[in-house]
Write a new protein. Structure first.
Length: 373
């Protein structure tokens, strides 16, 4: 009787174990991995360029102080989101560049690939834009055209039309150094990152204090270096498959607190906000958006955002140019129908520009847009 009881017990135990082993992955709740940011990188690029386009409309509307519903919306959007789409661009860029360098550490090949992806569309479109802008619309001299086309005027005169193009090229140049410093052990990476962040913020503060005119010309770019460093730093964590640890569990709620604080005191402590506040918040905002996309997992939305993200760099350079030209030609873009026309023209031009760039590069399709990065 004892033997039969033991056999029955073993049989029941075995059946329970077999039944429990049939669906363990579906029942087990996995910890969220930081790689979710990489997984939804192209969708985030799409969200960032959409955010930038909305911000530019709000910027134009606020400048007119119309007092209508669009004006109130513009004020609210500017206070909550502002130009955070640019920060998301840079955060994803730093992350993507880390991945690229890990896969191929040849610096010359890195430069060649990155510079071609940015310079070819800019040279094609920028040459046409600056010819029209400088000689047809503004009747400037040839020297002005050269300074504008070569993006020298971004740094000498604060002409910001294509400031991002110039800035990202400079970041490409210095990135191998950033990579060498941050591609280290987990403990050392955190210490080195903190030092790099401190040096960058201090340099911004010193430049504003010692050379305010120079600072005013370039603050749009240099105050965003911290967010690029965040991207490189998290690129290492994501590449190594690190999960959300105690640091992230502390930082993300802290980032939301900082968002509320800087929302309230933005114009009182503008320096802190410029140097680090909004930059830090937006890095966490990008991670939060990736988590949200992962949780929603709505294929139509992801596909639409990913498609927009593929053309994000071309959309950026075409829409800022068309926006500028329409303002000069008497079609102010704070008027919504005009801005919708601006967007439509930019979409068509970005599709053509992306196609032409691919043809020049050898007709290879790029499923993941990395140059907006």
């Amino acid at each position: 009787m004892m033997e039969n009881s033991e056999n029955l017990h073993e049989k029941v135990t075995r059946e329970i174990m077999e039944k429990g082993s049939e669906n363990p992955p579906a029942q087990k709740k996995e910890k969220l991995n930081l790689s979710v940011v990489s997984q939804y990188r192209n969708e985030l690029f799409g969200l960032s360029i959409i955010g930038i386009i909305i911000f530019h409309f709000c910027e134009s509307t606020i400048g007119q102080k119309t007092g209508d519903g669009f004006y109130r919306f513009a004020l609210l959007y500017d206070r909550i989101f502002s130009s955070s789409g640019v920060e998301i661009f840079l955060f994803l860029s730093g992350m993507g560049l880390f991945y690229s360098m890990k896969k191929n550490s040849n610096v010359l090949q890195f430069y060649s690939k990155r510079f071609r992806r940015v310079l070819i569309p800019y040279l094609i479109f920028g040459s046409v834009y600056w010819l029209i802008n400088d000689f047809v619309l503004h009747h400037k001299v040839f020297g002005d055209f050269i300074a504008n086309f070569l993006l020298i005027s971004v740094w000498t005169k604060g002409i910001r039309r294509f400031w991002f193009v110039s800035f990202i090229l400079i970041l490409y140049i210095v990135f191998p150094l950033f990579f060498k410093l941050l591609d280290t052990t987990r403990k050392n990476r955190g210490v080195i990152f903190a030092l790099m962040l401190a040096i960058t913020v201090t340099a911004c503060a010193l430049l504003e204090s010692l050379a305010p005119d120079v600072y005013n010309n370039i603050e749009l770019a240099i105050c965003r270096i911290p967010v690029f460093l965040f991207g490189v730093y998290y690129g290492g964590k994501i590449y190594n498959g690190e999960k959300f640890g105690l640091l992230e569990k502390i930082l993300i709620p802290l980032g939301l607190v900082i968002r509320v604080i800087t929302f309230a005191i933005r114009y009182k402590w503008l320096h802190l906000h410029n140097y680090l506040g909004v930059r830090y918040e937006t890095c966490l905002f990008a991670i939060s958006l990736a988590i949200l996309l992962a949780k929603l997992h709505w294929a139509p939305l992801n596909k639409a955002l990913s498609t927009v993200g593929t053309y994000s760099f071309e959309l950026y350079i075409t829409h800022v140019a068309i926006r500028s030209m329409m303002n000069v030609m008497g079609y102010p873009v704070y008027i919504l129908p005009n801005y919708l026309i601006c967007i439509a023209i930019a979409v068509v031009l970005s599709l053509l520009l992306h196609k032409l760039t691919d043809l020049i590069l050898g007709g290879k399709k790029k499923p993941v847009k990395q140059t907006a990065a």
